[in-house]
Design a binder for this molecule. Structure first.
Ligand code: PLP
Length: 388
Protein backbone atom coordinates (compact mmCIF):
# COMPACT_ATOMS: atom_id res chain seq x y z
CA UNK A 1 0.00 0.00 0.00
CA UNK A 2 1.33 3.44 -0.91
CA UNK A 3 1.35 5.94 1.94
CA UNK A 4 1.54 9.50 0.68
CA UNK A 5 3.71 12.01 2.52
CA UNK A 6 1.85 14.36 4.86
CA UNK A 7 2.45 17.27 2.51
CA UNK A 8 0.35 15.54 -0.14
CA UNK A 9 -2.55 15.36 2.28
CA UNK A 10 -2.19 19.05 3.02
CA UNK A 11 -2.79 19.98 -0.62
CA UNK A 12 -6.16 21.60 -1.32
CA UNK A 13 -8.66 19.66 -3.43
CA UNK A 14 -8.58 20.62 -7.12
CA UNK A 15 -12.11 21.91 -7.35
CA UNK A 16 -11.93 22.61 -11.09
CA UNK A 17 -11.56 18.86 -11.68
CA UNK A 18 -14.82 18.32 -9.84
CA UNK A 19 -16.52 20.98 -11.94
CA UNK A 20 -15.33 19.43 -15.21
CA UNK A 21 -16.51 16.01 -14.06
CA UNK A 22 -20.02 17.24 -13.29
CA UNK A 23 -20.25 19.09 -16.61
CA UNK A 24 -19.02 16.02 -18.49
CA UNK A 25 -21.79 13.91 -16.99
CA UNK A 26 -24.38 16.36 -18.39
CA UNK A 27 -22.65 16.40 -21.79
CA UNK A 28 -22.53 12.58 -21.87
CA UNK A 29 -26.29 12.60 -21.18
CA UNK A 30 -26.67 14.55 -24.41
CA UNK A 31 -27.32 18.06 -23.01
CA UNK A 32 -26.10 21.18 -24.77
CA UNK A 33 -23.90 22.53 -21.97
CA UNK A 34 -22.49 26.08 -22.02
CA UNK A 35 -19.33 25.91 -19.96
CA UNK A 36 -18.41 29.27 -18.44
CA UNK A 37 -16.87 27.74 -15.33
CA UNK A 38 -13.24 27.40 -16.31
CA UNK A 39 -10.49 29.87 -17.10
CA UNK A 40 -9.33 28.40 -20.38
CA UNK A 41 -9.25 30.99 -23.21
CA UNK A 42 -11.49 29.84 -26.06
CA UNK A 43 -9.59 31.56 -28.89
CA UNK A 44 -6.56 30.12 -30.74
CA UNK A 45 -3.00 31.46 -30.48
CA UNK A 46 -2.33 34.16 -33.13
CA UNK A 47 -1.09 32.47 -36.34
CA UNK A 48 2.24 34.34 -36.56
CA UNK A 49 3.26 32.81 -33.22
CA UNK A 50 2.19 29.31 -34.28
CA UNK A 51 4.16 29.64 -37.55
CA UNK A 52 7.25 30.68 -35.63
CA UNK A 53 7.05 27.52 -33.53
CA UNK A 54 6.68 25.36 -36.65
CA UNK A 55 9.77 26.94 -38.17
CA UNK A 56 11.77 26.88 -34.93
CA UNK A 57 10.96 23.21 -34.26
CA UNK A 58 13.32 22.30 -37.12
CA UNK A 59 16.32 23.96 -35.46
CA UNK A 60 18.58 21.12 -34.23
CA UNK A 61 19.95 23.35 -31.46
CA UNK A 62 16.55 23.14 -29.79
CA UNK A 63 16.58 19.36 -29.90
CA UNK A 64 19.23 19.38 -27.19
CA UNK A 65 18.76 20.39 -23.57
CA UNK A 66 18.16 24.12 -23.34
CA UNK A 67 20.23 26.25 -20.92
CA UNK A 68 19.01 25.62 -17.38
CA UNK A 69 17.43 28.99 -16.83
CA UNK A 70 16.26 29.40 -20.43
CA UNK A 71 17.54 31.33 -23.44
CA UNK A 72 18.69 34.93 -22.99
CA UNK A 73 16.71 36.07 -26.03
CA UNK A 74 13.46 35.24 -24.26
CA UNK A 75 14.50 37.07 -21.10
CA UNK A 76 15.43 40.07 -23.22
CA UNK A 77 12.08 39.91 -25.02
CA UNK A 78 10.07 40.10 -21.80
CA UNK A 79 12.16 43.00 -20.50
CA UNK A 80 11.48 44.88 -23.75
CA UNK A 81 7.75 44.28 -23.31
CA UNK A 82 7.84 45.64 -19.76
CA UNK A 83 9.81 48.67 -20.88
CA UNK A 84 7.39 49.39 -23.73
CA UNK A 85 4.17 48.73 -21.80
CA UNK A 86 5.03 49.88 -18.29
CA UNK A 87 8.28 51.82 -18.59
CA UNK A 88 9.82 49.34 -16.13
CA UNK A 89 13.54 48.57 -16.47
CA UNK A 90 14.58 44.99 -15.76
CA UNK A 91 17.96 43.33 -16.14
CA UNK A 92 17.34 40.25 -18.30
CA UNK A 93 20.13 38.25 -16.69
CA UNK A 94 19.35 38.79 -13.01
CA UNK A 95 15.79 40.03 -12.73
CA UNK A 96 13.95 37.51 -14.93
CA UNK A 97 13.19 33.82 -14.42
CA UNK A 98 11.46 31.78 -17.12
CA UNK A 99 8.70 29.54 -15.75
CA UNK A 100 6.49 26.71 -16.99
CA UNK A 101 3.49 29.01 -16.89
CA UNK A 102 2.90 31.38 -14.00
CA UNK A 103 1.50 28.47 -12.01
CA UNK A 104 4.85 26.82 -11.28
CA UNK A 105 6.34 30.06 -9.95
CA UNK A 106 3.31 30.74 -7.78
CA UNK A 107 3.85 27.39 -6.08
CA UNK A 108 7.66 27.55 -6.04
CA UNK A 109 7.94 30.94 -4.38
CA UNK A 110 6.42 29.56 -1.19
CA UNK A 111 8.90 26.74 -1.19
CA UNK A 112 11.72 29.25 -1.71
CA UNK A 113 10.71 31.55 1.13
CA UNK A 114 8.58 29.78 3.72
CA UNK A 115 9.60 27.47 6.54
CA UNK A 116 7.09 25.30 8.37
CA UNK A 117 5.09 27.54 10.69
CA UNK A 118 5.79 30.74 8.74
CA UNK A 119 2.81 32.86 7.73
CA UNK A 120 1.73 33.79 4.22
CA UNK A 121 -0.96 36.40 3.51
CA UNK A 122 -3.35 35.24 0.81
CA UNK A 123 -6.39 36.91 -0.73
CA UNK A 124 -9.82 35.39 -0.06
CA UNK A 125 -11.39 34.82 -2.52
CA UNK A 126 -8.28 33.95 -4.50
CA UNK A 127 -6.66 31.68 -7.03
CA UNK A 128 -6.22 28.31 -5.30
CA UNK A 129 -2.63 27.73 -6.43
CA UNK A 130 -1.38 30.16 -3.78
CA UNK A 131 -2.64 27.73 -1.15
CA UNK A 132 -0.93 24.77 -2.78
CA UNK A 133 2.55 26.29 -2.47
CA UNK A 134 1.95 27.33 1.12
CA UNK A 135 0.65 23.86 1.97
CA UNK A 136 3.66 22.15 0.36
CA UNK A 137 5.97 24.41 2.38
CA UNK A 138 4.16 23.43 5.60
CA UNK A 139 3.47 27.12 6.27
CA UNK A 140 0.29 28.78 7.48
CA UNK A 141 -2.14 31.00 5.63
CA UNK A 142 -3.68 34.20 6.88
CA UNK A 143 -6.61 35.06 4.67
CA UNK A 144 -7.16 38.67 3.68
CA UNK A 145 -10.85 39.13 2.78
CA UNK A 146 -11.61 40.87 -0.53
CA UNK A 147 -14.93 42.61 -0.07
CA UNK A 148 -17.11 44.41 -2.54
CA UNK A 149 -17.37 47.47 -0.27
CA UNK A 150 -13.55 47.73 -0.33
CA UNK A 151 -13.34 47.38 -4.14
CA UNK A 152 -12.14 43.79 -3.68
CA UNK A 153 -8.76 45.03 -2.41
CA UNK A 154 -7.33 43.62 0.82
CA UNK A 155 -7.48 46.00 3.75
CA UNK A 156 -3.86 45.95 4.89
CA UNK A 157 -4.74 47.95 8.01
CA UNK A 158 -6.90 45.04 9.11
CA UNK A 159 -3.87 42.71 9.33
CA UNK A 160 -2.83 42.86 12.98
CA UNK A 161 0.80 43.73 13.73
CA UNK A 162 1.62 40.35 15.22
CA UNK A 163 0.47 38.53 12.08
CA UNK A 164 2.10 41.05 9.77
CA UNK A 165 5.41 40.71 11.60
CA UNK A 166 5.25 36.92 11.37
CA UNK A 167 4.33 36.96 7.69
CA UNK A 168 7.11 36.41 5.17
CA UNK A 169 5.14 36.46 1.93
CA UNK A 170 1.92 37.95 0.57
CA UNK A 171 0.08 37.33 -2.68
CA UNK A 172 -1.97 39.85 -4.61
CA UNK A 173 -3.62 39.47 -7.99
CA UNK A 174 -4.94 42.34 -10.12
CA UNK A 175 -6.69 42.26 -12.52
CA UNK A 176 -8.29 39.78 -10.18
CA UNK A 177 -9.42 36.24 -10.53
CA UNK A 178 -12.23 35.70 -9.52
CA UNK A 179 -13.68 39.18 -8.83
CA UNK A 180 -12.66 41.04 -12.02
CA UNK A 181 -11.38 43.97 -9.91
CA UNK A 182 -8.29 46.01 -10.79
CA UNK A 183 -5.85 47.88 -8.54
CA UNK A 184 -4.42 51.36 -9.00
CA UNK A 185 -0.98 52.80 -8.28
CA UNK A 186 -1.96 53.99 -4.79
CA UNK A 187 -2.83 50.46 -3.69
CA UNK A 188 0.60 49.22 -4.76
CA UNK A 189 2.28 52.13 -2.96
CA UNK A 190 0.52 51.01 0.17
CA UNK A 191 1.73 47.45 -0.42
CA UNK A 192 5.35 48.56 -0.79
CA UNK A 193 5.15 50.53 2.48
CA UNK A 194 3.48 47.60 4.27
CA UNK A 195 6.01 45.08 2.92
CA UNK A 196 8.94 47.30 3.96
CA UNK A 197 7.55 47.90 7.43
CA UNK A 198 7.00 44.22 8.19
CA UNK A 199 9.75 42.60 6.12
CA UNK A 200 7.32 40.81 3.81
CA UNK A 201 7.94 39.72 0.23
CA UNK A 202 5.11 40.93 -2.01
CA UNK A 203 4.22 38.66 -4.93
CA UNK A 204 2.02 40.18 -7.61
CA UNK A 205 0.20 37.74 -9.88
CA UNK A 206 -0.28 39.71 -13.10
CA UNK A 207 -1.74 36.86 -15.16
CA UNK A 208 -4.49 39.16 -16.51
CA UNK A 209 -2.26 42.21 -16.86
CA UNK A 210 -3.21 42.81 -20.49
CA UNK A 211 -6.94 42.60 -19.92
CA UNK A 212 -8.28 45.94 -18.73
CA UNK A 213 -11.52 47.58 -19.88
CA UNK A 214 -12.95 51.03 -20.55
CA UNK A 215 -9.62 52.28 -21.93
CA UNK A 216 -7.73 51.74 -18.67
CA UNK A 217 -4.50 49.73 -18.89
CA UNK A 218 -3.98 47.78 -15.66
CA UNK A 219 -1.03 48.97 -13.58
CA UNK A 220 1.94 46.66 -13.02
CA UNK A 221 3.16 46.35 -9.42
CA UNK A 222 6.72 46.85 -10.75
CA UNK A 223 5.82 50.41 -11.77
CA UNK A 224 5.68 51.32 -8.09
CA UNK A 225 8.79 52.99 -6.63
CA UNK A 226 10.55 50.45 -4.41
CA UNK A 227 8.63 47.43 -5.74
CA UNK A 228 11.77 45.60 -6.81
CA UNK A 229 13.22 45.94 -3.30
CA UNK A 230 10.32 44.08 -1.75
CA UNK A 231 8.89 41.81 -4.36
CA UNK A 232 8.33 40.25 -7.71
CA UNK A 233 5.65 39.96 -10.34
CA UNK A 234 4.43 36.83 -12.12
CA UNK A 235 3.61 37.35 -15.77
CA UNK A 236 2.35 34.80 -18.27
CA UNK A 237 1.57 34.50 -21.97
CA UNK A 238 -1.41 32.21 -21.28
CA UNK A 239 -4.15 34.83 -21.36
CA UNK A 240 -2.46 37.74 -23.14
CA UNK A 241 -1.71 35.76 -26.30
CA UNK A 242 -4.13 32.82 -25.90
CA UNK A 243 -1.17 30.57 -25.15
CA UNK A 244 -2.42 28.66 -22.09
CA UNK A 245 -1.30 25.33 -23.52
CA UNK A 246 2.23 26.52 -24.27
CA UNK A 247 3.13 26.97 -20.60
CA UNK A 248 5.24 30.12 -20.79
CA UNK A 249 5.48 32.41 -17.79
CA UNK A 250 7.96 34.62 -15.99
CA UNK A 251 8.94 35.86 -12.56
CA UNK A 252 10.26 39.44 -12.72
CA UNK A 253 11.79 41.76 -10.17
CA UNK A 254 13.87 41.32 -7.02
CA UNK A 255 17.10 39.58 -8.00
CA UNK A 256 17.53 37.62 -4.76
CA UNK A 257 14.10 36.08 -5.19
CA UNK A 258 14.69 35.45 -8.90
CA UNK A 259 17.89 33.66 -8.02
CA UNK A 260 16.03 31.42 -5.54
CA UNK A 261 13.36 30.61 -8.12
CA UNK A 262 16.00 29.74 -10.71
CA UNK A 263 17.71 27.52 -8.14
CA UNK A 264 14.58 25.54 -7.34
CA UNK A 265 13.76 25.26 -11.05
CA UNK A 266 17.22 23.81 -11.73
CA UNK A 267 16.21 20.90 -9.55
CA UNK A 268 12.81 20.33 -11.12
CA UNK A 269 13.23 21.23 -14.79
CA UNK A 270 15.65 22.14 -17.51
CA UNK A 271 13.64 25.00 -19.05
CA UNK A 272 11.11 24.97 -21.89
CA UNK A 273 11.58 23.58 -25.40
CA UNK A 274 13.72 26.08 -27.33
CA UNK A 275 11.19 26.36 -30.16
CA UNK A 276 8.55 27.47 -27.68
CA UNK A 277 10.96 30.00 -26.24
CA UNK A 278 11.60 31.42 -29.70
CA UNK A 279 7.88 31.67 -30.50
CA UNK A 280 7.24 33.21 -27.06
CA UNK A 281 9.91 35.85 -27.76
CA UNK A 282 8.13 36.71 -31.00
CA UNK A 283 4.81 36.98 -29.15
CA UNK A 284 6.38 39.57 -26.83
CA UNK A 285 8.33 41.60 -29.38
CA UNK A 286 6.20 41.15 -32.52
CA UNK A 287 2.98 42.96 -33.48
CA UNK A 288 0.73 43.63 -30.47
CA UNK A 289 -2.50 44.26 -32.37
CA UNK A 290 -3.60 40.72 -31.41
CA UNK A 291 -3.58 41.76 -27.75
CA UNK A 292 -5.70 44.83 -28.41
CA UNK A 293 -8.13 42.72 -30.45
CA UNK A 294 -8.37 40.13 -27.71
CA UNK A 295 -9.13 42.72 -25.04
CA UNK A 296 -11.69 44.42 -27.28
CA UNK A 297 -13.40 41.08 -27.84
CA UNK A 298 -13.67 40.38 -24.11
CA UNK A 299 -15.01 43.87 -23.55
CA UNK A 300 -17.73 43.35 -26.18
CA UNK A 301 -18.62 40.05 -24.57
CA UNK A 302 -18.73 41.66 -21.15
CA UNK A 303 -21.07 44.37 -22.36
CA UNK A 304 -23.33 41.88 -24.15
CA UNK A 305 -23.47 39.71 -21.05
CA UNK A 306 -24.31 42.61 -18.76
CA UNK A 307 -27.05 43.77 -21.09
CA UNK A 308 -28.59 40.30 -20.81
CA UNK A 309 -28.08 40.16 -17.03
CA UNK A 310 -29.90 43.44 -16.68
CA UNK A 311 -32.77 42.16 -18.80
CA UNK A 312 -33.35 39.26 -16.39
CA UNK A 313 -32.86 41.46 -13.31
CA UNK A 314 -29.55 39.96 -12.18
CA UNK A 315 -27.67 42.94 -10.79
CA UNK A 316 -23.88 42.83 -10.49
CA UNK A 317 -20.79 44.97 -10.87
CA UNK A 318 -19.06 44.90 -14.24
CA UNK A 319 -15.47 43.65 -14.11
CA UNK A 320 -12.84 46.30 -14.86
CA UNK A 321 -10.26 43.67 -15.84
CA UNK A 322 -9.61 39.92 -16.34
CA UNK A 323 -12.21 37.85 -18.17
CA UNK A 324 -14.25 36.94 -15.12
CA UNK A 325 -17.59 38.22 -13.86
CA UNK A 326 -18.30 37.86 -10.15
CA UNK A 327 -22.02 37.58 -9.70
CA UNK A 328 -24.01 37.47 -6.45
CA UNK A 329 -26.25 34.41 -5.99
CA UNK A 330 -29.96 34.96 -5.32
CA UNK A 331 -31.40 34.62 -1.83
CA UNK A 332 -31.97 31.13 -0.58
CA UNK A 333 -28.96 29.62 -2.35
CA UNK A 334 -25.34 28.96 -1.50
CA UNK A 335 -22.79 29.43 -4.23
CA UNK A 336 -22.64 25.66 -4.64
CA UNK A 337 -26.37 24.96 -4.62
CA UNK A 338 -26.88 27.78 -7.12
CA UNK A 339 -24.11 26.54 -9.45
CA UNK A 340 -25.65 23.04 -9.25
CA UNK A 341 -29.06 24.39 -10.12
CA UNK A 342 -27.68 26.23 -13.15
CA UNK A 343 -25.97 23.08 -14.36
CA UNK A 344 -28.93 20.76 -13.79
CA UNK A 345 -31.72 23.09 -14.95
CA UNK A 346 -30.10 25.49 -17.43
CA UNK A 347 -27.08 23.45 -18.61
CA UNK A 348 -24.82 26.35 -17.78
CA UNK A 349 -21.57 25.79 -15.91
CA UNK A 350 -20.34 28.52 -13.56
CA UNK A 351 -17.73 28.20 -10.81
CA UNK A 352 -19.12 28.35 -7.26
CA UNK A 353 -17.47 31.19 -5.36
CA UNK A 354 -16.72 29.13 -2.27
CA UNK A 355 -14.08 27.25 -4.29
CA UNK A 356 -11.98 30.44 -4.05
CA UNK A 357 -12.24 30.80 -0.27
CA UNK A 358 -14.85 31.40 2.43
CA UNK A 359 -15.37 34.99 1.31
CA UNK A 360 -16.29 33.68 -2.12
CA UNK A 361 -19.50 32.30 -0.62
CA UNK A 362 -22.51 34.12 -1.99
CA UNK A 363 -21.03 34.52 -5.49
CA UNK A 364 -20.47 32.54 -8.66
CA UNK A 365 -17.75 33.20 -11.21
CA UNK A 366 -18.62 33.31 -14.85
CA UNK A 367 -15.91 33.43 -17.53
CA UNK A 368 -16.33 35.45 -20.74
CA UNK A 369 -15.10 32.41 -22.59
CA UNK A 370 -17.76 31.80 -25.21
CA UNK A 371 -18.92 33.99 -28.08
CA UNK A 372 -21.57 36.66 -27.58
CA UNK A 373 -24.40 34.47 -28.87
CA UNK A 374 -23.63 31.69 -26.40
CA UNK A 375 -23.15 34.13 -23.52
CA UNK A 376 -26.54 35.70 -24.22
CA UNK A 377 -28.12 32.29 -24.49
CA UNK A 378 -26.62 31.21 -21.16
CA UNK A 379 -28.18 34.20 -19.40
CA UNK A 380 -31.53 33.71 -21.14
CA UNK A 381 -31.61 30.09 -19.98
CA UNK A 382 -30.87 31.25 -16.43
CA UNK A 383 -33.56 33.93 -16.76
CA UNK A 384 -36.15 31.24 -17.50
CA UNK A 385 -35.60 29.78 -14.04
CA UNK A 386 -37.31 32.91 -12.71
CA UNK A 387 -34.96 33.46 -9.77
CA UNK A 388 -34.35 37.19 -10.10
N1 PLP B 1 -2.85 33.26 -11.86
C1 PLP B 1 -4.16 33.34 -12.04
C2 PLP B 1 -4.92 34.31 -11.21
C3 PLP B 1 -4.80 32.52 -12.96
O1 PLP B 1 -6.13 32.60 -13.10
C4 PLP B 1 -4.03 31.59 -13.70
C5 PLP B 1 -4.65 30.67 -14.66
O2 PLP B 1 -5.82 30.46 -14.74
C6 PLP B 1 -2.66 31.54 -13.47
C7 PLP B 1 -2.10 32.39 -12.56
C8 PLP B 1 -1.78 30.54 -14.13
O3 PLP B 1 -1.45 30.83 -15.39
P1 PLP B 1 -0.43 29.99 -16.22
O4 PLP B 1 -1.17 29.43 -17.36
O5 PLP B 1 0.62 30.95 -16.62
O6 PLP B 1 0.13 28.91 -15.36
Amino acid sequence: KVTPADRMLALPKQFFANLVEKANVRIAEGHDVINLGQGNPDQPTPPHIVSKLQEAAANPLYHKYPPFSGYSFLKEAVTKRYKADYNVELDPQTEVAILFGGKTGLVEISQCLLNPGDVCLVPDPGYPDYWSGVALAGAEMFFMPLKEEHAFLPNLHAVDDETANKAKLMFMNYPNNPTGATADASFYEEVVAFARKHGIVAASDFAYGAIGYDNVRPVSFLQTPGAKEVGIEFYTLSKTYNMAGWRVGFALGNRDIISLINTIQDHYYCSLFGGIQEAAALALTGPQQCVLDLTARYEQRRDALFQELESIGWRAQKPSGSFFCWLPVPQGYTSESFADKLLQEANVVVAPGNGFGVHGEGYVRLGLLADEVRLREAVQRIGKLGLF
